[in-house]
Design a protein around this ligand. Structure first.
Ligand SMILES: Cc1cc2nc3c(=O)[nH]c(=O)nc-3n(C[C@H](O)[C@H](O)[C@H](O)COP(=O)(O)O)c2cc1C
Length: 206
């Protein structure tokens, strides 16, 4: 059998099943699991190996609610109207429901992801932090956890910073809810790689 076979539990299976969950059960997620997931995150590449990522694992109900409120404020204060015109309706409705029904804040863990501006210049920050976030998402799925990469709260960086006490040198970049899935999601819908790939020069289709 080919090493690339997408059998259950293989890397290819995981990577193809990774989806943005927006509804979580309340059951707690042990620190040991969170530690394994964050360990996977820290094995990501970064510019000059500066590893600028920082994580705040938020379990405190007050802070989780504050992050949820911030997400709702950004959504209702313009995000919703913007997304209505740009996202597929199923994504729009999913986000709308999650934000209104406390879907994200209902996750037992919210990982607030930041980038240390003393380690990496702003220009390289996102490309040095989001590989770690991708590792985090895949590791979470490997643990059976639901997760989602969200950036909506980071649009109001100062408020997100204040909720988790990030100093001025840490740039808030994302919030990743972690929890046990409230419902199973179907397969990811993605455009086949061949439609995105050329040989030797752009346009010389695969
Ligand atoms: C940079 C980035 C920012 C995102 N921000 C949000 C967000 O703020 N809220 C949200 O619900 N999903 C967010 N997502 C998740 C995307 O909506 C999701 O990855 C995409 O729609 C694919 O959906 P699927 O995972 O269900 O296949 C974000 C994804 C990326 C890559």
């Amino acid at each position: 059998m080919s090493r690339a076979a997408a059998g259950p539990g293989t890397f290819f299976d995981l990577v193809q099943r990774q989806r943005a969950h927006r509804a979580y059960r309340e059951d707690p997620v042990d620190d040991e699991i969170v530690a394994r997931v964050l360990t996977a995150a820290t094995f990501a590449p970064s510019s000059e190996n500066h590893q600028p990522w920082v994580f705040v694992v938020v379990r405190d109900p007050g802070r989780r609610a504050a992050i949820g409120d911030l997400m709702r404020d950004v959504w209702l204060g313009g995000g919703r109207d913007y997304t209505m015109g740009t996202a597929e309706s199923r994504i729009f409705e999913d986000v709308d429901q999650a934000i209104d029904g406390g879907g994200f804040a209902g996750a037992p863990v919210l990982v607030v992801v930041g980038g240390d501006t003393e380690l990496v210049a702003k220009r390289w920050m996102a490309s040095s932090v989001f590989p770690a976030v991708q590792n985090l998402l895949l590791a979470a799925l490997d643990e059976g956890l639901a997760s989602a990469l969200t950036t909506i709260a980071a649009l109001r960086a100062e408020e997100l910073r204040a909720i988790v006490d990030f100093p001025a040198t840490i740039e808030p970049l994302a919030v990743v809810p972690l929890g046990w899935p409230a419902r199973a999601l179907g397969p990811a819908r993605r455009i086949a790689f061949a439609e995105k790939t050329s040989r030797d020069r752009y346009g010389n289709r695969w």
